[in-house]
Design a protein around this ligand. Structure first.
Ligand code: 4UW
Length: 536
């Protein structure tokens, strides 16, 4: 599982031999597969029952690509999707990646300020939005002359007077589909999801065609998803997990993907039963619900063959509770938006408590000592670094963050872990500042920037603190301005009023005299974390 040479380099590889990955664009990779899967069902909308076969999906994707060209979108233009999960979302992702248009995605719970930053930062020139979020998009663009100039169209999924509907694009004859296809697989960007990476504000992650084409082939060898699989897409399509392993991972095999807009306990369980779901991709809070909630007993969930859990640490107690209830192990994986996203996977046969499985093929890893950079052998804990064709091209318009994250071809994940005797990876901690609330990214820097705009706050630091239900919750440390009355409630309410619900300060607020900082001015979050741990 690893090789050590005389100069003590310790590079880990996959137990699966490397595969040959042909240089291809996403349309070259995906469209022939859709053709071959023919009249099998591909995507089903759990809300409306609307179903597309593979041929219908291929047809729709080509029409959308052509319609977007007719509207003036050219290769490399950025289109932004603001929506909860539905079949239109799946079609738009596939249409963009097969027609040279770059898709960026937002969390549907974004506030206007968050959306505004995303649209500006990504260089979005067109927006596709569900009817219910149209007022937010209108408000965001109306208040901003630059966005009014930049954004050519707002296309609505549903109906809205004065707006082009998504369904009208599907009436296109498809004749302009080929116009944008001069794609360079290694350099042209297919997807631009956002992630804060190891530090700072959310950044656009440039995933090229070959990043995605490679990762789709790398993980299929371990995930062993098959054509008669049905997956319930409950995790958001705006996140890399939804877009790539769930949507594209299922449709590259000829399986069925059932889209669901949000997690609600009864409809979620009913959908698994009704569609006889075989692969269920989860995050730990959903696994927790399945393992613990009494309501689960009322439903027949025996169709689930692969319960897959990723995006945040899975507690051993939860792994065991799931095993006790379902007599089946949770299969884990480890990844990161910047890795397109899969680095390691368990298999049903190899899954065991506490590990995130083996490296996928064509991937190297090293575990480095945080202080010295030395490569560490099996069992030794350090920062996980990954090298492979799935490593992003870089951060959009941010060479500095790119160069900090990718060094000599190695992506520094900011995660701490080790390799056990079986060659399985174990993630033990996070070096980076990122907070994960129910698998969603919360960037402390974003909350700190916001807190500093409060008239009564002089300085602020934010950390994640452990929480049984959600993994982690954000907690703020604030220094009030002299002679300013500032209460913890003021701070909580201020944040609540200005950010999406998942970023709220659920971990509380502490008013302190000084934020601990390094000589270079970096917040010493470790000290805040230690002070929190001592409180227990
Ligand atoms: N255990 C502990 C884990 C784990 C973890 C991630 O939001 P991002 O950028 O991306 C993700 C993507 C995860 C993913 C999606 C699809 C898939 O199949 C797969 O399995 C291989 C994984 O979460 O956040 C990345 C950060 O989230 C943490 C870790 O800190 C990582 O850097 N993380 N998975 N199993 N922590």
């Amino acid at each position: 599982q690893f090789s050590t040479s005389l100069n003590l380099r310790v590079i880990y590889t996959s137990p699966i031999p490397d595969i040959e990955i042909k240089t291809q664009t996403l349309p070259e990779y995906l469209l022939p597969k859709f053709e071959a899967f023919g009249n099998r069902r591909a995507i089903v909308d759990n809300e409306t029952g609307k179903t597309y076969t593979y041929l219908e999906m291929r047809d729709a994707v080509i029409k959308l690509g052509s319609a977007l060209h007719r509207l003036g979108y050219r290769k490399g233009d950025v289109l932004c999707m603001c929506s909860t999960n539905n079949t239109e979302y799946a079609l738009l992702i596939l249409a963009c990646v097969t027609s040279g248009i770059i898709l960026t995605t937002t969390n549907p719970s974004y506030t206007s300020a968050e959306l505004s930053r995303h649209l500006h930062h990504s260089g979005t020139v067109g927006v596709v939005v569900i009817e219910t979020l149209l007022p937010l998009v209108k408000e965001t663009i109306a208040g901003d002359r630059d966005l009014q100039n930049e954004i050519k169209n707002v296309i609505v999924v549903g109906q809205a007077y004065g707006y082009r509907s998504f369904s009208s694009l599907l009436d296109d004859d498809g004749s302009l589909y080929n116009e944008n296809l001069d794609i360079d697989p290694h350099n042209d960007v297919a997807l631009l999801p956002y992630s804060s990476g190891t530090s700072g504000l959310p950044k656009g992650v440039m995933l090229t065609h070959m990043n995605v084409v490679s990762n789709l082939q790398q993980f299929r060898l371990l995930s062993k998803s098959v054509a008669d699989d049905t997956s319930l897409c409950i995790l958001p399509l705006f996140h890399c997990y939804g877009m790539i392993p769930i949507l594209m991972g299922v449709v590259q095999e000829g399986g069925v993907l059932v889209t669901m807009p949000r997690f609600e306990p009864e409809p979620f369980l009913a959908a698994i039963e009704q569609h006889r779901v075989t692969i269920l991709q989860m995050v730990p809070p959903i696994a927790l619900f399945l393992a613990k909630h009494p309501m689960v007993e009322k439903y027949d969930l025996t169709s689930i063959r692969t319960p897959f859990c990723s995006a945040a640490p899975l507690a051993s107690s939860l792994y065991n509770e799931y095993l006790n209830r379902f007599k089946s192990t949770l299969v884990q994986g480890y990844g990161m938006t910047e890795l397109s996203p899969v680095a390691t996977l368990d298999t049903m046969e190899s899954s065991h408590e506490g590990t995130v499985g083996f490296l996928v093929p064509n991937t190297n890893a090293k575990i480095v000592c945080e202080e010295t950079g030395a490569e560490l052998g099996p069992g030794k804990i350090g920062e996980v670094c990954i090298r492979g064709p799935q490593v992003m091209k870089g951060y959009h318009k941010n060479a500095e963050a790119t160069n900090e994250t990718i060094r000599d071809g190695w992506l520094h994940t900011g995660d701490i872990g080790y390799v056990n005797d079986d060659g399985c990876f174990v993630i033990t901690d996070r070096l980076k500042e990122l907070i994960k609330y129910k698998g969603f990214q919360v960037a402390p820097a974003e909350l700190e920037d916001l807190l500093l705009t409060h008239p009564g706050i002089m300085d602020a630091g934010v950390i994640g603190v452990p929480d049984e239900d959600s993994g982690e919750v954000p907690r703020a440390y604030v220094v009030p301005k002299p002679n300013q009355p500032l209460t913890q409630e003021d701070v909580v309410t201020f944040v609540e009023d200005n950010v999406s619900g998942y970023k709220r300060l659920r971990g509380g607020v502490e008013i302190i005299d000084e934020i601990p900082k390094s000589p270079s001015g970096k917040i010493l979050r470790r000290i805040l974390r230690e002070s929190y741990a001592k409180k227990d």
